[in-house]
Design a protein around this ligand. Structure first.
Ligand code: ATP
Ligand code: MG
Length: 287
């Protein structure tokens, strides 16, 4: 029987939807919206396993799955010896120190001798050790933010996105010590050349999908005399595509611009007299 690659995805939680979305964009078809434990793609040798995110690294280590998607925080905390295949960029969050509103905080040194409640003793421990700070940990797996109020911790270290939960519990976020995004992880060896080949095909598609997401396709009209300056600003994959317009002295320019520099480029183009700037998303993109 032909081999399939098994991917572990969080069954339901913050990672689930985006994980599946990326794979769908790779043109891989799979079915049911009702969550089964296991299912197979209909047009690609990939099998999905839907599990709790905490279990994913160990499943991969043990060969239950070959690859999986988890938060980098979970991967680093468990310190299971796998490899990060790619950073998927979504599920951005930070691991922060929060203390009671009235506590004076000047830096990690303020935690010396304190009891810190966290679900991330390894990540936090590593950072405190680096800074030469000695503290004790209260390990909890949920509701970390209530521990100071009930008197079992002096401070907490937890994942934060908005900070609203902290404020509700009389805490203030004082320092972010670590940032995380979702990563695709896998064993260092897939165990068969067939699986290695499937993984390579999958990674090529994921790369193309992610590259596309970080660029925009931009089309605009420009006075021809500014073409050289614009070419220097936008670059493009090879160089921008330029077509002449009916109106003398004007050209239409098409190019690809990185999302993170987009507004900079936009302002510079405006300043050079660009008009009718049209921006569209790119669905897939290869080198
Ligand atoms: P499971 O039931 O699968 O164990 P969970 O409750 O452990 O789920 P989620 O809350 O769904 O997990 O979070 C999964 C991952 O999403 C986290 O490990 C983290 O990488 C990321 N994440 C992004 N933003 C946040 C946030 N504000 N709080 C917690 N995790 C976040
Ligand atoms: Mg979990």
């Amino acid at each position: 029987m032909a081999q399939v690659l098994r991917i572990a995805i969080q069954k339901s939680g913050r990672l689930s939807e985006k994980s599946l979305e990326i794979i769908k964009k790779c043109g891989i078809k799979f079915g049911s919206d009702e969550r089964v434990l296991k299912e197979q793609a209909s047009n690609f040798p990939l099998e999905f396993l839907y599990v709790r995110d905490d279990d994913i690294p160990a499943y991969i280590r043990d060969g239950v799955a070959d690859i999986g998607i988890v938060g980098r925080n979970e991967y680093d905390e468990q310190a299971i010896d796998l490899q990060v295949l790619t950073d998927l960029g979504f599920a951005k969050c930070r691991l922060s120190i929060a203390v009671p509103q009235d506590m004076h905080y000047t830096g990690l040194i303020s935690l010396e001798g304190k009891r810190i409640a966290t679900s991330y003793p390894n990540i936090l421990g590593g950072i405190l050790k680096e800074q030469g700070v000695k503290a004790s940990f209260v390990q909890v797996s949920g509701s970390v933010e209530v521990t100071p109020a009930v008197g079992i911790a002096d401070a907490i270290c937890d994942l934060v996105s908005t900070g609203a939960t902290l404020a509700m519990n009389g805490l203030k976020e004082v320092q972010a010590i670590y940032t995380s995004t979702a990563v695709m992880i896998g064993r260092k060896q897939m165990g068969s050349s067939e699986k290695e080949a499937i993984l390579q095909r999958l990674m090529l598609r994921i790369d193309a999908v992610m590259r596309a997401a970080s660029f925009k396709y931009v089309i605009f009209n420009l006075p021809e005399e500014h073409l050289d300056q614009v070419a220097r600003i936008v670059g493009g994959m090879k160089s921008p595509t330029v077509t002449r317009l009916m109106e003398a002295g004007w050209v239409s320019v098409q190019t690809v611009v990185a999302e993170d520099t987009f507004w900079d480029v936009f302002e510079q183009l405006k300043a050079l007299g660009a008009q009718g700037i049209l921006v569209t998303p790119i669905e897939k993109m290869t080198e």
